[in-house]
Design a binder for this molecule. Structure first.
Ligand code: NAD
Length: 252
């Protein structure tokens, strides 16, 4: 049986890296993207190959939509050369940044950066990659708990994540004809480098989030990587057009 291939954006660290590790553990081949840390990405590629799967790392700035057509060509070549295929199966739109700014103080430049990376990027990247996604494939867009509940400082970020959830439902409707299912996974606060690593490194914030989480702790990268691998597994085949929050039950 042909092995499945997952393309994960922002795979050099954090949740994208963790998802790559858990998908590889399920025998899924990986195309990972990195923005600037080629060394970290290559180390992950070597680790995944040692796990017994095929893995290729490509450079991509998800905020630079003008580069997406050329990136799609690179993916097509990588598929041909490294995997002997003309399509891949799973797209995980994960790459992202956090910018904390009160609504009243958010600069247009910050808004534009967030919209480019979190909304315009996944919108047009997915569009450009569509011909390379196999019929019956899956798309998983990464949202955030902050699209359901509202904390001060995340007006622009939360709005972009809300938009990706709406977009996912439209994509599910339009791509159903190709049997491609589309969902969003919405992590709660997870201990990664995200937002300067605040959830991991600031004990007060960590304790605050834990105290508002039913399961009594903040999230760890494995909590999300395992969920992504599970949603992209056979058990997820009839889940479509849904927002799945993976947060241990925060602000229930
Ligand atoms: P992280 O900072 O550890 O990793 C982010 C990844 O995205 C890195 O690989 C980075 O290189 C990549 N990236 C950032 N900007 C990019 C760009 N312009 N082009 C290409 N790649 C870029 O953060 P993370 O926690 O792994 O975040 C991953 C996703 O999860 C993001 O979409 C984030 O919004 C979302 N999320 C994170 C949390 C959390 O608490 N960590 C919670 C909810 C949602």
């Amino acid at each position: 049986m042909t092995r499945k291939i997952a393309l994960i954006t922002g795979a050099s660290r954090g949740l994208g890296k963790n998802a790559a590790q858990h998908l590889a553990a399920e025998g899924i081949d990986i195309i990972g993207t990195y923005r600037s840390r080629a060394d970290e990405a290559e180390a992950l590629g070597a680790e995944l190959r040692a796990q017994g799967v095929n893995a290729v790392m490509l450079q991509l700035d998800v905020g630079a939509s003008a580069s997406f057509a050329a990136f799609a060509e690179q993916v097509a070549s990588a598929l041909r050369e490294h995997f002997g295929r003309s399509s891949f199966d799973f797209l995980v739109n994960n790459a992202g940044i956090g910018i904390r700014a009160a609504f009243a103080e958010t600069q247009e430049e910050q808004f534009d950066q967030l919209v480019n990376i979190h909304l315009k990027g996944p919108f047009f990247l997915t569009q450009k990659l569509l011909p390379l996604i196999a019929d019956g494939g899956r798309i998983l867009n990464v949202s955030s708990g902050l699209a359901r509940f509202s904390l001060p400082g995340y007006a622009a970020y939360g709005a972009m994540k809300g938009a990706i959830e709406v977009l996912s439902r439209y994509q599910a409707v339009e791509l159903g004809a190709r049997r491609i299912n589309v969902n969003t996974i919405a992590p709660g606060a997870i201990e990664t480098d995200f937002g300067g690593g605040a959830v991991r490194d600031n004990p007060d914030l960590n304790a605050y989030v834990a105290s508002n989480t039913a399961l009594g702790r903040v999230g760890l990268p494995d909590d999300i990587g395992l969920a992504i691998a599970s949603l992209l597994g056979d058990g997820g085949r009839w889940i479509n057009g849904q927002r799945i929050e993976v947060s241990g039950g925060v602000y229930l």
